[in-house]
Design a protein around this ligand. Structure first.
Ligand code: SF4
Length: 692
């Protein structure tokens, strides 16, 4: 019998509703229903075709322990584990296939031993956002309560942490303020640092529709020409200039008195100092751009964009092109200022829209998988370290064990030569995963776990929408939270949960101010539409209607001057690059999701893009003189990569994706990162190119 089961897409933060057509425990097809609330009847290629990974031969369908780990630890093991270790069966040259019950006991014993020997701070947890809120909640609880360590972090470290850092202190929440459908109610849309058609395709569908229907004007601001730019005005700006451009927009709004006095007076604080600082900052005047060769036009274009933003009902969308910079958090604050200045917030058809990456990265942050926030963004009893700091502590032998849940730290984070060295210092790595990715290959203990299409759980998309996902197919594998429960129960015996609903009932109470009213019952009744937090009796499509969610209820201005002057001064002087020097920026292609954890195991997707490719302008392609290159920095070098030319990039700039670990793209990035929150500067890197 064929069954049609409703669930949620496992890939990006748009969080499309999906329907899986299933027969004999096999997914035959995934489609969107015409009345799908998020999908609006359409899925992108990942959602529609990228489900074959579920049935892949490569899936980890067992529990494995490295033979070298057993050998190294054998003498120290308790007698019972020793006896069972002697009976283990080979899985391959490197691993034993191990019974689940033995493996949770082994993990519990080794974690306890490390804690006793090196102290509670010697353990850290690295969560991902491909799993449900239930598992993310359980993960931080495992780290904080089970292991008594403050060191829990998640993949938001390499994506939207600066959005949270930039938004929360100013308006009380680090999340999108309005629903995606407000795109049909706005008059003006700015997209900055987001390649929306590739990274958030179903949101870009709405923007394209609004542009074609002429209900909204669209402006795209980026360092290169991107597809969504065809549907509006495009401003190509210099590298590292986001904060500069945003402050210039504010300067225009202030100097031309386009701001909303009534809104500022009644709802904001800190305006006068902010105004004074910006009007006295020589770098905030757009006329400064007249001195930058190749970007002179911006001196007229930026004021036009600013006027339009102030005079119309406007929405502002951004992605990692804003956050993955040295001043990412400050750039987010500058975006918030624009909304506060013009009253483009707290109303229908306006708002701030950080396009968050993975389908549950919002949920992972809401449930407390961050070292400085407990569930519901409460202050933890002890603040832990962020991932780059943890790497440094591994190198100093202060961290000795790490639990990784669906986050490939050995591929997707920057400075991989350093990370690989740091991992060698650990005595224990445990990984919950679907496939043997780079971190699982390094893990001593690997738990094969359920994928999103095999389990029940709540996911929070990029517009704060909670969706209760149900399994499309059955699987005997454990869910992430079950593995954590079973290990914890052998350490302390305090995780008493039978079902994912048990875990959710606790999660929603701990994330009280956002999730409290969202019972499984209510969420399943709203399975198609979902519900946007905060959820009490009803949900909340638009945030900040009457007041901001700060303690005082006010929105704050906090000016940050653009600091990367050296960069801009180089451009002013038009210092030519050395013959083989370029700026590199990175991004995604529509067929893959980030480290391609699932998409590279989907033939339907991977066959369309099985190699990372470098794109260069025609002039640069000729300058390089080869279609195969290696990129180098002081931190390392990439593998040999194919290079192609494109008309979409200005000379001096290269672009590449980072989906395939063999490309070794993240080996050339160093520790340069957002100064407040350590999100890596993936969007701008000076590289040396060698032809190969
Ligand atoms: Fe899935 Fe995102 Fe594509 Fe929607 S836009 S189908 S959520 S990958």
């Amino acid at each position: 019998m064929i069954a049609d089961i409703n669930s949620v897409c496992t890939y990006c933060g748009v969080g499309c509703d999906i329907t899986g057509q299933v027969q004999d425990n096999k997914i035959l097809k995934i489609y969107a229903q015409n009345d799908g609330y998020v999908s609006q009847g359409k899925l992108c290629i990942k959602g529609a075709k990228g489900f074959d990974f579920v049935h892949s031969e490569q899936r980890i369908r067992n529990t494995r322990v490295k033979k070298s780990f057993i050998e190294k630890n054998f003498d120290e093991m308790p007698r019972e584990l020793k006896a069972r270790a002697k009976t283990l069966k080979d899985f391959d040259e490197e691993y034993f296939e191990t019974p689940y019950e033995f493996t949770t006991s082994l993990a519990a014993w080794k974690l306890s031993e490390i804690k006793e020997k090196y102290g509670r701070h010697s353990f850290c947890g690295m969560g991902g956002a491909r799993t449900s809120c239930e598992s993310s909640y359980m993960f931080q609880k495992f780290v904080r309560e089970g292991m008594d360590s403050p060191h829990v972090d998640c993949c938001a470290r390499v994506c939207h942490s600066p959005s949270l850092k930039g938004m929360k202190p100013l308006i009380g929440e680090g999340a999108a303020t309005n629903p995606f459908d407000d795109i049909y109610k706005t008059e003006n849309i700015i997209i900055m640092g987001s390649n929306t058609t590739e990274a958030h395709p179903i949101v870009s569908n709405r923007i394209i529709k609004a542009s074609k229907a002429k209900t909204a004007e669209v402006t795209v601001i980026d360092v290169r020409n991107i597809q969504i730019g065809k549907y509006g005005k495009e401003l190509v700006i210099p590298y590292e200039a986001n904060l500069l451009v945003l402050n210039m927009m504010a300067y225009v709004i202030l100097s031309e008195k386009l701001y909303d006095n009534k809104f500022i007076d009644s709802r904001c604080e800190g305006f006068e100092e902010y105004k004074e600082s910006i009007l006295n900052d020589p770098y905030a005047n757009p006329q400064f751009l007249r001195s930058i060769k190749g970007y002179e036009e911006l001196a007229d274009q930026i004021p036009e964009v600013a006027r339009q933003y102030a005079n119309k009902k406007s929405m502002f969308f951004w992605g990692l092109g804003i956050t993955e910079h040295l001043d990412g958090s400050f750039a987010v604050m500058a975006i918030v200022h624009l909304a506060l200045l013009t009253g483009n917030i707290g109303k229908e058809g306006t708002g701030l829209m950080p396009l968050r990456g993975q389908n549950n990265v919002q949920g992972a942050c809401d449930t407390g998988c961050l070292p400085y926030f407990d569930p519901d963004y409460a202050t933890p009893k002890e603040i832990g370290l962020m991932t780059p700091e943890l790497i440094d502590e591994m190198l100093k032998d202060n961290i000795k064990a790490m639990y990784v849940m669906g986050e490939d730290i050995a591929h997707i984070h920057p400075n991989q030569n350093k990370i690989h060295k740091a991992l060698e210092h650990l005595e224990l790595i445990i990984s919950n995963e679907l496939f043997m990715n780079e971190i699982s290959k390094k893990a001593d203990i690997v738990f094969g776990v359920k994928s999103a299409y095999e389990k029940t759980g709540v996911y929070v998309n990029a517009m704060r929408r909670l969706h209760l996902s149900q399994p499309l197919v059955e699987s005997d594998l454990p869910d992430d939270w079950e593995v954590l429960r079973d290990i914890e129960n052998k350490i302390n015996g305090e995780f008493i949960y039978e079902t994912s609903e048990d875990v959710w009932n606790e999660t929603k109470e701990k994330v009280y101010s956002r999730f409290h009213g969202a019972t499984y019952h209510k969420l399943s009744k709203n399975r198609n539409r979902g519900m946007q937090w905060p959820i009490t009796k009803e949900d909340t499509p638009i945030l900040h209607l009457e007041e901001f969610r700060t303690e005082s209820g006010k929105g704050y201005f906090q000016y940050h001057q653009y600091k990367l002057r050296e960069q801009i001064e180089k451009l002013v002087k038009d210092i030519p690059f050395e013959k083989n020097e370029f700026y590199l920026t990175t991004g995604r292609t529509i067929v893959h999701y980030n480290n391609s954890a699932q998409t590279r195991h989907s033939d339907a997707l991977n066959s369309r893009y099985d190699k990372d490719v470098v794109l260069a302008s025609k002039e640069d392609f000729e300058r390089i003189g080869s279609d195969q290159i290696i990129m180098k920095t002081q931190y390392g070098e990439t593998a040999i990569l194919p290079v192609k030319y494109t008309s979409k990039i200005k000379p001096g700039t290269l672009f590449t994706t980072f989906h395939h670990p063999e490309s070794k793209i993240n080996y050339i990035f160093g520790d340069e990162a957002d100064e407040l929150i350590l999100t890596a500067r993936f969007k701008s890197l000076r590289v040396e190119v060698e032809s190969a």
